[in-house]
Design a protein around this ligand. Structure first.
Ligand SMILES: [Zn+2]
Ligand SMILES: [Zn+2]
Length: 259
């Protein structure tokens, strides 16, 4: 199958960036123009929850009228930490979200995916670090608060890896994802990071496929130019692993569409 005939969806985008963006019709339109140029048929805005007050549903309604051929969804990416469950449930109730992405961005207040704190990796034993990360991810899955697991193996972002097989570290978390009926996203941002690899790796994606875990796709674009970035690679990977359908969401109800 030629890769350029896939049905593209981008469910992980940040119009508000890291707080510098604005949720205007113009800004959202730049994301949608970029999506249309990449032949994306459905896009979800999934800003970080700390910028939630910047989300404006009026602007979303306006761009839906302006781009009638594109399905536009409202999601949110929430940082999971054990103990935050009640706070997250309150955040989830503030808008009629189509989906919630749960992501682990920090361990014991260390923002391990942030370049400014990369030196902290040196004080960790990689084996312990991966155990800890996937334990928190398992708790994220068991919390029942989310629809999608964000960048499943983001702990590899700077290329620090344990000696053993990552699949062994991730197994319990992936089983918890299956049990919780969650969707895993294939996130192309890893290709733009030092690890130079899609999240999750092919090895972990194959395990998800064996366990019949649904997947969706996201670019993690913080600028319009990154919408749909490297999607040919992501869809080709999915197809090679065996996936023929991907998940989409409306009002937190999942359905599967053929790629
Ligand atoms: Zn994230
Ligand atoms: Zn993100």
């Amino acid at each position: 199958m030629p890769v350029n005939s896939f049905m593209y969806v981008d469910y992980h985008t940040h119009p508000l960036g890291h707080g510098g963006g604005r949720y205007t019709e113009e800004e959202l339109s730049s994301f949608l123009s970029s999506a249309r140029a990449q032949r994306i048929c459905e896009i979800g805005f999934s800003d970080h929850e700390e910028f939630l007050t910047g989300v404006d549903e009026t602007s979303i309604a306006a761009v839906r009228r302006r781009f009638p051929s594109l399905k536009v969804r409202l999601g949110l990416e929430i940082s999971y930490r054990p103990g935050r469950e009640r706070e997250i449930a309150e955040i989830a109730a503030r808008h009629r979200f189509d989906y919630l992405i749960g992501s682990v961005h920090d361990l014991d207040a260390w923002m391990f995916d942030h370049p400014a704190y990369e030196m902290v990796y040196r004080v960790w034993d990689a084996d312990e670090l991966y155990r800890k990360y996937f334990l928190v991810l398992e708790k994220l899955a068991m919390s029942g608060l989310f629809d999608i697991v964000g960048h499943l193996d983001v702990i590899k972002v700077f290329g620090y890896r344990p000696a053993g097989r990552i699949a062994d570290y991730a197994e319990r978390a992936i089983r918890a994802v299956q049990k919780a009926n969650l969707t895993v996203e294939v996130n192309t941002a890893g290709l733009r990071k030092p690890c130079s690899e899609i999240y999750p790796s092919r090895e972990l994606l194959e395990r998800c496929y064996e366990l019949d875990i649904p997947v969706t796709v996201g670019s993690d674009a913080h600028t319009a130019g990154d919408v749909g970035r490297d999607f040919a690679k992501a869809y080709e990977l999915l197809f090679r692993v065996g996936y023929r359908k991907i998940a989409v969401f409306s009002q937190r109800v999942r359905s599967l569409i053929s790629i």
